[in-house]
Design a protein around this ligand. Structure first.
Ligand code: SF4
Length: 227
């Protein structure tokens, strides 16, 4: 597989936020979100076998725990990433998969927690979610919307209502987008929408969703990789 990096940090943007997690970051993405903070994944990386990846995960977290498969878009390497997820599950890890939902999700093992990042209009990739993937969501999965404006919020709100998301999945999360050139200050000044505004919109509409902040951007320098 083509791998950008494997590292241990804290899970930063789901209901698993704050837990130790090994991240396996795959190379390549077929989208180009305007606020993407992972452009370094678009090309390059190193070829690694499934054995090498599993060994590295075990080295970083020998006693099991959380492993997140992320990217880029991990499902561009579906032929290898599906067996990798099976192997990690069999080795006793809890596996999270971060995906845009643009690729089919049918072959993702059912014990994997899918964290599906449905793209809102201001990402520039707003029409990319594959609606058929809704049928693959289970009560263990999560759906996330990264919100950069009021328009994005209204898209997320209407999508949640239209598809009854709150009763389909474990968690629906709205998260303010960060400026991709965010650096130095570890505070909400880098958010493209004020967290307070987003919170108030959600409360006003009684939205059955949670507000998520990308905690790694507040703990570490926002432009750092591998955290
Ligand atoms: S899907 Fe993720 S990695 Fe790909 S461009 Fe969008 S934010 Fe970046």
């Amino acid at each position: 597989m083509q791998i950008i990096e494997i590292y241990k940090s804290l899970q930063g943007e789901s209901s698993y936020t704050g837990l130790p997690c090994v991240f396996v970051r795959l190379a390549g993405c077929n989208l180009r979100c305007t606020w993407c903070d992972s452009e370094y994944t678009f090309k390059g990386g190193n070829r690694m076998t499934l054995d090498e990846i599993e060994d590295e995960v075990h080295h970083l977290s020998p006693d099991g725990g959380l492993v997140e498969i992320t990217g880029g878009e991990p499902l561009l390497q579906e032929r290898e990433v599906v067996p990798l997820m099976d192997r990690l599950l069999a080795a006793g890890y809890s596996v999270l998969l971060e995906t845009s939902g643009e690729r089919p999700l049918e072959r993702v093992p059912s014990r994997v927690v899918k964290i599906v990042d449905v793209k809102c209009p201001d990402s520039g990739e707003g029409d990319t979610f594959r609606t058929e993937n809704l049928n693959t969501l289970t009560p263990r999965d999560e759906v996330k919307f990264v919100v950069a404006s009021r328009r994005d919020y209204e898209f997320a709100r209407d999508f949640i209502h239209e598809h009854g998301l709150s009763s389909r999945v474990a968690s629906v999360i709205l998260s303010p987008a960060f400026r991709k050139d965010a650096a130095r200050a570890r505070d909400a000044s880098h958010c493209l929408v004020e967290p307070q505004d987003l919170a108030e919109w959600m409360l006003t509409d009684g939205l059955k969703a949670r507000l998520g902040l990308q905690i790694h951007k507040f703990i570490w320098e926002p432009s750092l990789k591998g955290v």
